[in-house]
Design a binder for this molecule. Structure first.
Ligand code: IPE
Ligand code: IPE
Ligand code: MG
Length: 246
């Protein structure tokens, strides 16, 4: 029996977050340039998005470029930005056909102008799609996001719109870029690295973490389904004890 058949569709995670890692090593293993790994990684994104749509995942958030990734060699950064633009433009039609809404989180203003424009246009075109929301984390870092949220709250307090004592988890969450999305129940990181790398720190407070050695360009929907099956075997206690759970 394949992993897909083992999934209990009544207990699917609503939101899956993925740190797509290992493109560079995948390319290097074959004596190719890192950019080739990134290009191949796009095929994985497409397959995973289709896999999510197939089984009914409502939110998929993928870490495509971190704030820290700006520190990579300029040729690699440029190649990634080019790839982003090409991919967005190539895939918008398919997103629409599959009823997928494209969303982006991160410091979008720091991206190249062409990237901002094409991203915005693709987001506009897919804005009314309802089957699944695909969020690209671009120039994203969780610490950046949390600081931005703190600043927004400070402005509201200063303007007398809210009282300091009114600030609670819900209020804070509403300032984050993931507003209107549930927190991810499952986070997958490929490539054998066991770290969060500044991704969704607030939102992943109680997320189930799944790490696999598979490099991102080799990751396919069957691997996603395997991660979901693993997730469904876990007991999420949220601080309680087993006996308290139904
Ligand atoms: C992930 O793959 C893609 C991005 C960070 C943009 P990497 O490029 O980090 O690949 P490795 O980790 O060096 O193999
Ligand atoms: C995390 O991968 C960021 C993305 C996948 C976009 P990195 O490869 O940049 O992470 P570190 O530097 O190994 O932690
Ligand atoms: Mg990496």
């Amino acid at each position: 029996m394949g992993f897909k058949e083992q999934i209990d569709i009544t207990r699917l995670p609503e939101h899956i977050a993925i740190i797509m890692d290992g493109n560079g090593r995948w390319a290097k293993n074959q004596g190719k340039f890192r950019a080739f790994g990134h290009e191949s990684g796009v095929l994985s994104v497409k397959d995973i998005v289709e896999g999510c749509v197939d089984i009914g995942i409502k939110y998929l958030t993928v870490y495509a470029f971190s704030t820290e990734n700006w520190n990579r060699p300029v040729e690699e950064v440029n190649a990634l930005m080019e790839l982003l633009i090409t991919t967005i433009n190539q895939e918008t039609e398919t997103l629409t056909k599959n009823n997928i809404r494209l969303n982006a989180i991160g410091d979008i203003a720091s991206l190249p102008q062409k990237c901002i424009e094409d991203l915005k246009s693709a987001m506009d075109k897919t804005a009314n799609n309802t089957h699944c929301t695909l969020t690209l984390a671009l120039s994203y870092s969780a610490k950046w996001e949390i600081i931005e949220a703190a600043k927004k709250l400070a402005v509201q307090v200063k303007a007398g719109k809210i009282d300091i004592d009114e600030i609670n988890e819900a209020h804070f969450s509403a300032q984050l870029t993931t507003i209107n999305m549930p927190d991810p129940e499952l986070m997958i990181r490929t490539s054998g690295e066991h770290r969060i790398s500044n991704f969704l720190l607030w939102q992943m407070a109680y997320t189930e973490l799944y790490f696999t050695d598979t490099l991102w360009p080799d990751f396919r929907r069957e691997d996603l389904f395997e991660a979901i099956v693993d997730y469904q075997k876990r007991e999420r206690r949220f601080g309680k004890i087993s006996e308290q759970l139904n």
